[in-house]
Write a protein that binds this ligand. Structure first.
Ligand code: MGD
Ligand code: MGD
Ligand code: MO
Length: 766
């Protein structure tokens, strides 16, 4: 049956972070086909058809019983309490009152709107954009800075190389790799499972094609990673299965060898870099033999690799994963320093490219015109935290912490408002996060689905999915502007985030500032004007909004693929100074040295991690991005579900580690450390380094009463600590665990079964 109320739509184009697609109604089901122009579409599209009517949808506003009956306040029952269903008007009245109470009694900074998360593609209904606007116009809020993705890199790169997007996204492109690069040294690889995803959407997945073209031209790929699939089979990569968390030691030894052979680019180091005199003496004892002990890569292999670097165009890449770890700043700095020593930064397809291959919006030229975006409303509150320190903030209000050269104090937050993110998937040490959320007076969540985050909220407002809305899909480096047409009217009792905030803003007396008098459709037309005007200014075809909407898509002109700021700096270091303190590439930084941080000294360095395998927890866990979905999104979808075994997430482990524990392929295993435990299904494979197990993120946390995850979410065991005092980035990628076979009857997985919701009203009306 077609759910659409106005007209029965059967064939529409829409966009997700993992691809543009056409959805067609066939035999009572939605079938999703990738955009015809996509050379390598993502199989993750297969998760979409289940989104509209999955039982895990939140049917109507739901409120935690104790909060509804007893009022706001700290409560450890969050995560285990019951829910009652209430009408929209009732719940919005109560919520508006609670927002006012917190502002009046505790100040505007007592509201946390950091609300990290990927939400959905679509420029107007972008969840965080809507929340920030709403909280800003109603008085302000404590916000978050940086991301879980690149928290350490985002802080250090501007100090040593330049603006994050400029030196990462818009420097080395896939076209340059295909045309120019002779050697790709990929730390953490460039897994096709990862570039399948691009923030804002992606109409063309070009990575596989570019790597194949390079390989066909003779490019040599070297993969430094504990996991073999981190580069595609097509490129015949040499695989160096490194001990996790030790890349900087390998980088230092490679530099040592290049210098020992006198092959370092002295001129480039003198004219374009600052700090060589500090790093050079440190390298003296960083021999291949020294690094072999740390990295598990033998000295002869390191020597052989060093000898080939710099012969021909050499590109050093560093996956985001390396810095999502303790001392995560170091491999970013080390990779950049290695490229500087080789002297190729700023050459086409050469030098250093942070993040290339980690996301689909990297390595593509910027569009020549801006895409529509909802501009950020200034936040009257100046308070912020580094995003991954959220549990610390809630558990330690008023206490000091270090960040990026400052001594800061955690604000005392009473109300957290989260939309478009799933912290009970993405944050580390989920049992600790549960304790932290227990300290809040009120936790508000808008979610289409009963995720673990929704199940910890006091107020759960059912939002539509993107499939139920009109929007514009676009990314700054994808050529297609997409008119995202709805597949359905809002499902059940759900409402758009924009509609919910409009109603709340009305109750708080700020509707006019929030809506600026526009309907959602009028906003789309308004946001589109900026792109249309830029096209007019260039003399390009510039359809008006109605024509764009009717056509369904618009191809935007590409900007130049010219290497950006790094190429200009290379050509003229005086005329195009980098925005670093010296204007040069900072191989060593006197600014960072001046902070006096023991966990982030003034040059790239090998630092022993606190978290590392020991006798009780002898295995490294790599908790990386899932290949079958975006994070936790649509975890119940056909593609994600289909790759699980026995309904549990799959954990990869080496045959030696399996044999030592009597584990065979397909067994249920229990992975644990002092922070928590999770069950998963073992896959035994020699495509992983011995001593390392891998469990991707995103399987919804399905806790037993003691917090053990029945489903396979790795964040029950990861460590909630910052990368260093410099960046305080997320360190979820790596931790130490023990693993055993789970004997007996494993408990059934209930992650996608909604919690019982009681109360009279089931139709979502007041
Ligand atoms: N251990 C470990 N942990 C990690 C990582 C790791 O490597 N290891 N990686 C980290 C990284 S890089 C990231 S980016 C984070 C990702 O963490 P998140 O971005 O929080 O993960 P998502 O699953 O994308 O969460 C988005 C949520 O928004 C909901 N949503 C989608 N559209 C809408 C909408 O329009 N409105 C509303 N209200 N909700 C919507 C979805 O249903 C979903 O629940 O995870 C981090 N966590
Ligand atoms: N399909 C899919 N793609 C995604 C996402 C998703 O959820 N699903 N998320 C997107 C997001 S938000 C982001 S930020 C990016 C993240 O991009 P990344 O952080 O680069 O992605 P990961 O898969 O976490 O890690 C990449 C690989 O690094 C390797 N690795 C882990 N630790 C180490 C180490 O210490 N040394 C070395 N050399 N290698 C190591 C692992 O084998 C892992 O497969 O991915 C994006 N792409
Ligand atoms: Mo990310």
């Amino acid at each position: 049956m077609c759910r659409v109320s106005v007209e029965c739509v059967t064939d529409v184009t829409h966009s997700a972070h993992w691809g543009v697609f056409n959805a067609r109604r066939e035999d009572g089901r939605w079938r999703v086909r990738p955009h015809a122009g996509d050379p390598d579409p993502s199989p993750v599209l297969d998760n979409i058809p289940d989104a509209l009517d999955h039982p895990a949808r939140v049917a109507a506003p739901a409120v935690r019983r104790s909060w509804w009956e007893n009022g706001p306040g700290p409560d450890d029952r969050r995560g285990t309490d019951e829910y009652v269903e209430v009408g929209w008007d009732e719940v919005l009245d109560r919520l508006a009152g609670e927002l006012s109470r917190v502002r009046t009694d505790h100040g505007d900074a007592a509201i946390y709107g950091g609300s990290y998360g990927w939400a959905s593609a679509g420029r107007f209904h972008h969840a965080q954009g809507q929340l920030h606007r709403f909280l800003a116009v109603t008085g302000g809020y404590t916000q978050s800075v940086n991301t879980y993705s690149g928290g350490a890199a985002e802080v250090i790169l501007p100090r040593i190389l330049g603006g994050f997007d400029a030196v990462t996204r818009y420097s080395v492109s896939w076209d340059q790799v295909a045309a120019h690069t002779d050697t790709v040294l990929a730390f953490g690889g460039m897994a096709l499972k990862n570039s399948t995803v691009a923030s804002g959407g992606v109409s063309r997945h070009v990575e596989r094609g570019a790597m194949r073209s390079a390989r066909a031209r003779g490019t040599r790929f070297v993969l430094v990673s504990p996991l073999r699939p981190d580069l595609p089979d097509d490129v015949d990569a040499q695989w160096l299965p490194i001990e996790p968390g030790t890349d900087v030691a390998l980088m230092l030894a490679l530099m040592h060898e290049v210098v020992a052979a006198g092959r370092h680019d002295r001129e480039f180091l003198a004219t374009h870099c600052a700090g060589w005199e500090t790093l050079e003496p440190y390298l003296a004892s960083r021999t291949p033999e020294w690094a072999a002990v740390i990295t598990g890569i033998d000295a002869a292999t390191i020597r052989e690799l060093a000898a080939r670097l710099g012969t021909g165009r050499t590109l050093v890449t560093c996956a985001q994963s390396l810095q999502r770890a303790e001392h995560g700043e170091q491999p970013v700095w080390g990779g950049m320093a290695l490229a500087a020593v080789l002297g190729q930064i700023g050459l086409p397809g050469g030098g250093f490219c942070y993040g290339l291959g980690s996301l689909g919006h990297y390595g593509r030229p910027r569009n020549a015109v801006p895409v529509p975006t909802l501009k950020r409303t200034p936040n009257p509150v100046r308070e912020y935290i580094p995003v991954a320190r959220v549990a610390d903030m809630l558990l330690h209000p008023g206490e000091p912490y270090d960040y990026n050269g400052e001594r800061r104090t955690y604000p005392h937050v009473r109300l957290a408002y989260w939309i478009g993110g799933n912290p009970f998937h993405h944050h580390q040490d989920l049992n600790r996060l549960r304790r932290a959320v227990g300290r809040l007076d009120t936790f508000v969540v808008h979610e289409p689905f009963w995720t673990a985050t929704a199940r910890h909220a006091d107020v759960v407002l059912p939002s539509t999915t993107t499939l139920e809305r009109e929007d514009i899909g676009a990314s700054g480096s994808d050529p297609l502007l997409v008119a995202m047409k709805p597949l359905s009217a809002p499902v059940g009792g759900s409402r758009d985030d924009y509609a919910i905030f409009t109603e709340l803003a009305e109750r708080l007396g700020h509707a006019r500032e929030f809506t600026e008098g526009r309907t959602a459709r009028e906003w789309l037309g308004h946001l589109y004007l900026r792109t249309q005007k830029a096209l007019v200014d260039r003399g390009d075809p510039a359809p008006d909004f109605d024509d764009f909407w009717a056509a369904g898509e618009l191809e935007l002109p590409p900007g130049p693929d010219d290497g950006g700021v790094l190429a200009r700096f290379r050509a003229d270091p005086e005329g195009h100074r980098l925005p670093t303190p010296s204007g040069l590439i900072e191989i060593a930084s006197s600014t960072i040295a001046g902070f006096g941080y023991d966990d982030c000294p003034g040059h790239p360095a090998w630092l022993e991690p606190v978290e590392r395998p020991d006798a009780r927890h002898p295995l490294w866990l790599v908790a990386n991005q899932p290949s079958t979905r975006l994070h936790s999104q649509l975890d119940f979808g056909a593609h994600s579900r289909g790759a699980k075994r026995g309904g549990r997430e799959v954990l990869r482990m080496h045959p030696d580690d399996a044999a030592a524990r009597g584990i065979t392929d397909g067994d249920v295993v229990r992975m644990a450390n002092d922070r928590g435990a999770a069950l998963a299904t073992a896959r035994v494979t020699d495509e992983i380094r011995a001593g390392v197990v891998q469990l991707p993120t995103g399987a919804w946390w399905d806790p037993e009463p003691d917090g053990t995850c029945r489903h396979g979410n790795p964040n029950v065991v990861t460590r909630d600590a910052g990368s260093s005092k410099l960046a305080q980035g997320c360190t979820g990628q790596l931790c130490a665990v023990q693993l055993e076979r789970f004997d007996g009857d494993p408990p059934p997985v209930r992650a996608h079964v909604p919690p019982p919701v009681t109360g009279p009203r089931r139709d979502g009306t007041a």
